[in-house]
Design a protein around this ligand. Structure first.
Ligand SMILES: C[S@@+](CC[C@H](N)C(=O)[O-])C[C@H]1O[C@@H](n2cnc3c(N)ncnc32)[C@H](O)[C@@H]1O
Length: 383
């Protein structure tokens, strides 16, 4: 992605990188068993696009990855039909969207620009997706009203065989959740008016995001596994404060593992983008050039889970009776803690070296991934 197109809105670049990384994993997996895959951008834009060909928008990012995945799947004899729906209410933006879609010609990919309010178009969206497809809904509005509340999303959340990525606008919500005029809105979003009195900033953030995630999980479709959520924090570019969270909802444990793996891969990207943007802003205001680019000094460990906490957590999960840890167990752990699989691997490796735990199925020394969750392996705590 071109840095100059994202100058001053680096958080959008991170959002697009995550969308791209996760959609690629998702489509390549789902495409093995699904004949039709739908992608629905419920608040599509284009919005704040700088590039002429919309390359810095979720519209182009998603279509490019759809094209790449369709070609990849064709090579392994899976002819997947893709449908991509883009909803936009603003007439000017919608006209640009329509022109862009008319100008693309991606074989095997049907595109539909829908003009109007998302809330009014929910039935049409569902009917265009049909009953047999797998559908990914991207919900990235500019405000919360008629967008992220449970009642608004309810008909979509009831659809089986679907996943969601929702922009949870923390920066707005943290300021308004205690204000009386917004209490009805808060009930619609959280299921109740959140009580965060006396909480630290970190505890309040965790509480509000958890509350929203738990509320989303209360809507259960007729079929599919238990609902699960994960989320990624996106910070303001120049300040050390959260701008929004991207909340992910699936009914499949593998979805959580894949989403968190995609996020893990981009954790360092976000830190580097923010460090560079801060440095550029300092250079602009001071007029002084710097010799070392700020992103080079960023360490992967910064802001990551405390390894001693991850180790203690592992020990609570294990016992002297060996237990199989597969993708479902990994998804439970990821969902419970919001840590990454790589954090769990590192912590298990240290515990193993300390003689506290053992992977009974690891016959040889594994330098990085000491537990193969894909296979499911027997882990035990040594006393
Ligand atoms: C945050 S922008 C989308 C950005 C886009 N997802 C991206 O990453 O490039 C939200 C878009 O939703 C549109 N919008 C706002 N309210 C809407 C509504 N009720 N229904 C449909 N579109 C809406 C806005 O005009 C804007 O283009």
């Amino acid at each position: 992605m071109k840095s100059e197109l994202y100058k001053g809105r680096e958080q959008a670049r991170f959002k697009h990188e995550l969308l791209e990384a996760y959609l690629e994993r998702l489509f390549m997996i789902v495409g093995h068993h699904q004949r039709t895959i739908c992608y629905v951008d419920c608040f599509a834009g284009p919005w704040q696009a700088k590039g002429d060909d919309l390359e810095d928008t979720s519209i182009a990012v998603s279509l490019n990855i759809i094209r790449k995945c369709r070609e990849g799947l064709l090579k392994i004899n899976h002819n997947v039909h893709f449908k991509a729906l883009f909803v936009e209410k603003d007439p000017t933006a919608h006209a640009k969207l329509k022109d862009y879609l008319d100008g693309r010609n991606d074989e095997g990919v049907e595109t539909h620009p829908l003009h109007g309010e998302f809330i009014q178009l929910r039935e049409e969206i569902l009917s265009r997706c049909g009953n047999d497809s797998f559908t990914f809904f991207f919900v990235d509005p500019t405000g919360w009203k008629d967008a992220v509340e449970l009642a608004t999303l309810d008909p979509l959340l009831r659809r089986p065989n679907s996943e969601f990525l929702i922009n949870f606008m923390y920066d707005f919500l943290v300021r308004t959740h205690t204000q009386e005029p917004f209490s009805d809105d808060m009930k619609r979003i959280f299921g109740r008016v959140p009580d965060t009195k006396g909480m630290t900033a970190k505890a309040r953030e965790e509480h509000l995001v958890r509350l929203y995630r738990e509320n989303l999980k209360t809507v259960v479709p007729t079929r599919g596994g238990k609902p699960r959520t994960a989320c990624v924090q996106v910070k303001k570019v120049l300040l050390d404060r959260t701008l929004y969270h991207l909340v992910y909802l699936t009914r499949h444990p593998k979805g959580i593992a894949e989403f968190m793996a995609a996020s893990d891969g981009l954790d360092l990207v976000q830190k580097r983008l923010r460090a560079l943007a801060k440095q550029e802003s300092q250079v602009e205001s001071s007029g002084q050039l710097v010799l070392i680019a700020a992103d080079e000094s960023i360490k992967k460990e910064e802001g990551r889970a405390d390894l001693s906490e991850v180790k203690s957590y592992w020990l609570t999960k294990l016992s002297s009776i060996p237990r199989r840890f597969g993708i479902t167990e990994l998804a439970d752990m990821l969902e419970e803690t919001d840590w990454f699989a790589s954090d769990f691997q590192k912590a298990f490796k240290e515990l193993d070296a300390e003689g506290k735990v053992k992977n009974q199925d690891a016959k040889t020394v594994r330098p990085v991934n000491v537990v193969n969750f894909e296979k499911g392996e027997m882990l035990v705590k040594l006393t």
